[in-house]
Design a protein around this ligand. Structure first.
Ligand SMILES: [Zn+2]
Ligand SMILES: [Zn+2]
Length: 248
């Protein structure tokens, strides 16, 4: 009841502050932004669905991608959403945020991201970023997942719930086979204080979802520590083969 009222207030608040001075598109730099209509169609595909299990862009009539139907995808997450297709200017944007140390650029996309989140994800009690190992954090200076989660915190007025930690430095999942990925993530995540997550529904936020195994490992840890539902949310994911032309 309370969440319902709060949710409609948040929706009203958001729509009233939506249109301000529009900068140029942060992806193509050509048309009015923050993300122009052309880039929205090319990278964000409102006409497509998202695999419930791994977030991959799929045909709107389907619930799961071929991979998740075959191998069984993540199981602990109630559902997963990815905003855009990880290719072209969108991939470049995310890459530059991370590896050229430009976390501030994420501020440019906070409004269209929030609008999309509002239209797709269920209301929750709080937001949890996928954590980074302290060594990697020291190296990069920021955790992009935490920056995205903070933007959503401000836009929605939801608490950012800290305390999920990454205990081990792992090799990137993309380099591993499916079995090795599961081994690689064994006991990697832990929570500081279990009571922080007890009974809560959460958005688990990351920048890119590739196999879904990192989010799955985080979600499992959160559920083991009493979380009620964990919904995955990422800026980008791949697409089912042949569905979307991949852009360099
Ligand atoms: Zn554009
Ligand atoms: Zn899938």
């Amino acid at each position: 009841m309370f969440m319902g009222t709060l949710w409609s207030r948040i929706k009203e608040g958001l729509s009233s502050v939506w249109y301000e001075n529009e900068p140029e598109c942060c992806l193509c730099g050509e048309n009015p932004g923050p993300i122009c209509l052309n880039c929205e169609n090319v990278y964000f595909h409102p006409e497509l669905g998202r695999c419930y299990s791994c977030g991959k862009l799929i045909s709107l009539e389907l619930d799961y991608c071929q991979d998740c139907l075959r191998n069984k995808g993540p199981e602990s997450l109630t559902r997963v959403w990815a905003w855009g297709h990880y290719s072209g200017d969108w991939k470049k944007f995310i890459w530059e945020v991370k590896f050229k140390a430009q976390p501030r650029r994420l501020i440019q996309i906070r409004r269209p991201l929030s609008q999309w989140v509002m239209g797709h994800l269920p209301p929750v009690d709080g937001i949890v970023p996928v954590p980074m190992h302290p060594d990697r954090l020291a190296e990069r200076g920021f955790n992009q997942a935490e920056v995205i989660a903070s933007l959503l915190k401000w836009e929605f007025g939801l608490p950012l719930i800290k305390g999920l930690e990454r205990k081990k430095l792992t090799v990137p999942q993309i380099q591993l086979t499916r079995w090795d990925r599961m081994q690689n993530l064994e006991n990697v995540f832990a929570v500081k204080e279990p009571q922080s997550f007890w009974g809560l529904s959460l958005w688990l936020v990351d920048d890119v979802i590739t196999t879904g195994s990192t989010m799955e490992a985080c979600a499992r840890t959160l559920l083991e520590n009493g979380a009620r539902h964990v919904y995955g949310l990422s800026l980008a994911a791949g697409a089912e083969k042949g569905l979307v032309p991949y852009r360099k």
